[in-house]
Design a protein around this ligand. Sequence first.
Ligand SMILES: [Zn+2]
Length: 667
Amino acid sequence: MKKYVVYTIVAAMILSLVSCGESGSRTAAAAKDATPKDAAATGSSALAASLAATELAASPNGDYSTMGTLAEESPVIDGIYTAPVEYKADEGKYYLTDLKRRFRVGNFNGKTSKDENFKPVYSAGNSIFGDTEEEADQELYKGFYLTTEIGKIRDYFLKSFGVDTQGHTLFIGYNDGKEDGKNAYGGVGEDKTYSTIYVGKNVSFPCRDILAHEYTHTIQYMHHFVQDVNEKGSEVKIDEETVTISEGLADVFACFYTGKWDLDFTPLGNGVAHRNAANPSGNHKANIHDEVKSSEKEYGYNYATCISRAAYLMSESKAFTKEALQSLWFDAMVSLTAHCKYTDLREAMEKAAIRAKMTGKQKLALANAFDAVGISHFDTAAKYNGDIEVAIYDHENNFYDDYKVEIYRLIKDSRDNGATWNYTTTFVESHDRNKPEPLQLHLDEGTYRILISDNSPGQKIVDYTIAVDPASGKRLIEERNFDVPDSEDAGPGDSDGEAEPEDSGDSDGEAEPEDSGDSDDAAEPEDSGDEAAGPGDSQGESEEDGGDGESSDGFQGLWITFSSMGTLYYFDGGKVTCYSKTDYSAPVSDRHYTKKWTRNYIVEDLSGADGPGRAAVLESGIEYRLIDGSPDVLDCYFLDENNRYQLSGSGSLMRVTDYTIDDLILQ
Ligand SMILES: [Zn+2]
């Protein structure tokens, strides 16, 4: 092997790192770095003692491919610290290198962590590190400790989630002089061909919590989502919510790895103390994402605790096994993208829960935890101007004239023990409509829930959560197909309306439109031209459900939406009933639901790109598609004005298995 081959690799490094400390007060955290000779004098088997005669367990015969007997379990034996090495025969040197895990270890000697300053840790002539003065000057115990501890962290991620550095080398550097040597970093090279963990020269050892945090950053980088977050001090504008999520998730996995919620960052030496997911405010960190902290500069670190607190609350719910909880967070983390926001994290968690086929109880625990830290769907309500026009049409596109509009104000108010948001729902006004024209509303700034319900019994109800913001230009709430299809009266005379098309999107009925952005994913033009029969024909022509209500059409049972925990659907042999809970101040686990309507559906087979599976087709033009490979998720589609099916982004339903319709307390 060529001399300086390691240097050659390192010289190719272009660093892109995340800073993981905080620039706090410069209290000197003098890491009393004992020299190897000092340690030898102590003779104990503690970490420092391992400096003494540091003997590597590599085979001494010069086989550089040998990993050594190493060090997975007990790196310190009788004061002898063992670690994997690579022997380079042409140099006659042993390098502190873990070929199996692809770690290379270097010392920056107090210089800034630039490529050319990375000096691989070595022993010349024999496998005893530190038996010459020159070797001892490398502060070997730091390299050995990092190799061992990061090795365990890497093994944890590999065993738990099946990932490591994905075939790349992880460069582990210590005695970094950057930021007065009081910080630690985890990242990757710019082209993502290698990973890095660098520890400052004034960071004190051991520093396990910090290393687990930094290793998580390397995973994040390899999986993309923080690659646009730049090194501290960079000119590039940092997206603070993304930083917070990145830092929060690094803390979450440090908690998972160490098995404790209170992370100790004091070894950084830069004034950072603890971040405790169980009690963030005890260390002056945020319990809830919108608590304003003193230093905007340290936004990401101060708010990171609201992310780890959500993990803590989920754990406390006892709804998850340890493995399930950790897998859920990992799955969500690696599905995030650059510039992600708090709500993206919640959505990623919800989707991960669906993929993991989690139960309704688990999904509720997830929702509760995120609501408690203020990452709520309420906070992402679509913005509307205070002057709102509600335009309701029948299936012939005439204005509809028999519906009610109820408006509730949502106020995010008190917190339980300072840690959990509550919402108060206050009735504002109600409009009974019997005129075929749009309703004009004026609402003050705030967040509202708007319920629009057909006065014909058992018919459509639509449920909006909106934020009134005078700066918004959005004015129109528009709903179609708001009538009973078989009462054919009006001709196609289409009294149209001035209704601007500005906010198409959620014209679906059952699905909560509260988080707008629906009409994505253009659906196929499969167009069901057939005027789906009237309410009489619950039998449908589907083979499966030949009569008995308990048939196995796959839809049978309770379903719930994520976007609004206030709505449940019960499918039962050709009938679907919607139950709603209008009291948002009640906890989401409260089962007081009111029956809103019942409608018939027929089952049609799905094939082609969608299938195999089935669709429950409602006469309103809405259909719920159930794919065989994903039996616990119903995707809601609605017919748009061009008679094409569109996926309703907020309308997916998840099967509830924890309780049945009989458990609902109906009012
Ligand atoms: Zn960090």
